[in-house]
Design a protein around this ligand. Structure first.
Ligand code: ATP
Ligand code: MG
Length: 295
């Protein structure tokens, strides 16, 4: 099975159909050029010498287009460790999901929770902020990633202002780099504050287009899908079909391929064909939206 990477090929030789179906559903990481360049940028930020003006990144992209997957991948490569001699704990990268509403106290709670630090809900905002900042320094955190940042930058202009001030304060005070990740709303909110706009370099995960990178992505997906026959996903008409269905979002591309692989196993066809893609139970994102509006 030359169309598969070695570990997948060995797995396919041994596994039952049921095991292969489960394997199909397991999350996989496929590297691609923009992700690699963003990861390189994050390394640069993590290793940046401490100054009062640290560089920050704002990762922007459509929903379901790989922001969280990329950040989690980065986190898995930057696990905490302790100094063998002193026992001091180093947490190079901390990943946090912003709370679902623009509430500064809850914002700090989310960071405290990620550091496994207990807090009382009655705690006032100033001591909570002080404790959050203190712990970030104590754990030697060099890169603080806050995902879903558009949630906290939502709301009225005055709420947005409050948050932008809090973020500016955090950036000045901690001398660590910040990575914020969110949709275009977050980008727009940060642009309204000149000082922050200067300090946050935008990195964009655009939708996929029909080009060399996209074809390579399909080829990489094919190598980790547990099918016995080669599908030639990168063949032009097949690749175009997948792109049209998924509307250029990596989450949808991965879903279309997952459902197709499952059907290919269940029917014994053992490869993804155009027929299989037409037969999966899948609705494109814009058709999903239309269906909701029709309710
Ligand atoms: N590099 C990758 N390799 C394989 N699959 C990926 C990759 N990146 C993303 N995916 C797939 O896309 C799905 C959606 O990605 P992700 O959750 O990162 O999107 P997101 O941009 O964070 O969306 P949201 O803004 O809604 O949180 C993932 O569950 C995963 O299946
Ligand atoms: Mg996400």
């Amino acid at each position: 099975m030359k169309h598969l990477i070695k570990s997948t090929s060995e797995f396919v030789k041994e596994a039952s159909d049921k095991e292969r179906l489960l394997y199909t559903r397991k999350p996989k990481w496929i590297g691609y050029p923009i992700a690699k360049s963003i990861i390189k940028k994050l390394d640069e930020l993590r290793d940046y010498p401490m100054t009062h003006r640290m560089p920050n990144v704002l990762l922007v992209g459509n929903s379901n287009n790989g922001k969280t997957a990329l950040l989690k991948k980065y986190l898995s490569k930057n696990q905490p460790y302790s100094d063998e001699e002193t026992g001091e704990l180093f947490v190079p990268v901390l990943y946090v999901q912003a709370p679902p509403e623009p509430d500064i106290k809850r914002f700090y709670s989310a960071i405290l929770e990620a550091m496994f630090a207990p807090y009382k809900s009655s705690e006032k905002i100033e001591p909570r902020q002080r404790r959050t900042f203190h712990l970030i320094k104590k754990l030697n955190i060099r890169l603080l990633i806050i995902d879903e940042i558009h949630h906290v930058l939502a709301g009225t202009i005055s709420k947005q202002r409050m948050f932008l001030n809090a973020i500016r304060h955090m950036s000045n005070e901690l001398e660590i780099s910040l990575v914020f990740s969110g949709t275009r709303d977050a980008f727009n909110a940060i642009q309204t504050d000149n000082q922050l706009a200067n300090r946050f370099e935008p990195k964009v995960l655009s939708k996929w287009n029909f080009n060399e990178d996209y074809l390579r992505l399909l080829a990489s997906f094919e190598r980790v899908m547990p099918l016995k026959e080669e599908s030639f996903l990168y063949e032009t008409s097949m690749a175009k079909k997948i792109l049209a269905k998924s509307e250029g979002l990596i989450g949808e591309i991965s879903k279309v391929l997952e459902l197709s692989a499952i059907l290919a196993i269940e029917t014994g066809v053992e490869k993804i064909t155009k027929n299989i893609i037409d037969s999966i139970d899948y609705t494109s994102p814009s058709d999903r939206k239309k269906a909701i509006y029709r309710l």
